[in-house]
Design a protein around this ligand. Structure first.
Ligand code: FES
Length: 224
């Protein structure tokens, strides 16, 4: 035991016995200069890269702006067919931010999902849930048809055939009591039970485990 103590002490002393050093110095000057140079280099690199990284990443966390958009009076919509409405889903980029929403009045005999203040009118997105091509409503067949790969949706926007992985996305709707207009709000996705989810990309199924495999994006607009 005493021997081991002596060995430890002598090693400690030898570590600090630096040739040419002043008493009390515990690190060589060469090592100190190296450390200083490396530190200065790291600070310089961080000064260049961190702001660029911030600019690159910040948009991912920025929530998309949205606003309620008037699309007509309640009398403009009925339960038997869809009205085609142009709405803006990406503000600030002009007509490039426009898209088509298919809108009809809710029909309690077929729209079984729970009624609330946001679904008195059914507003379907025209974006196919396979790869995102625009679908077209064919009133004679009461179907939405996608021209790209033959996707077919029924009158409620449920998948009736082809490769789409989930029903058509929807938009929140409401009646603006002060103006009397029906308004369209942010988009949301639905599963095959028509439960609402934060918007997902086309090709992302959200039934069962799919809702965890394809989580919502950071930049999606919040619920109204
Ligand atoms: S994009 Fe619509 S079926 Fe492929």
């Amino acid at each position: 035991m005493p021997n081991r103590h002596r060995q430890t002490k002598s090693k400690y002393t030898a570590d600090r016995n630096i040739p040419g050093s002043f008493e009390g110095e515990t690190i060589t000057r060469r090592r100190l200069i190296n450390l200083g140079a490396n530190g200065a280099g790291a600070v310089a690199v961080a000064a260049f890269t961190l702001p660029a990284l911030g600019f690159a990443i910040a948009p991912i966390f920025k929530r998309q702006a949205w606003e309620w958009q008037p699309i007509g009076h309640p009398a403009d919509f009925n339960q038997t067919t869809y009205a085609t409405k142009v709405i803006n889903i990406t503000p600030g980029i002009g007509e490039a931010g426009n898209t088509i929403a298919y809108v009809r009045a809710r029909d309690p005999s077929i729209d079984k999902e729970t009624e609330d203040q946001y679904n008195h009118w059914v507003a379907l997105s025209s974006r196919c849930m396979h790869l995102g091509c625009p679908v077209r409503y064919v009133s004679a067949a009461q179907r939405f048809i996608c021209p790209c790969h033959g996707g077919v949706y029924d009158f409620r926007g449920m998948v009736a055939g082809g490769p789409p992985v989930r029903p058509l996305d929807r938009f929140y709707t409401r009646l603006n009591q002060s103006t009397g207009f029906v308004e369209v709000g942010p988009r949301f996705s639905v599963n095959n039970e028509l439960q609402r989810f934060s918007p997902r990309f086309p090709g992302e199924p959200i039934d069962g485990i799919g809702q965890y495999l394809y989580p919502a994006q950071f930049d999606t607009a919040p619920k109204p």
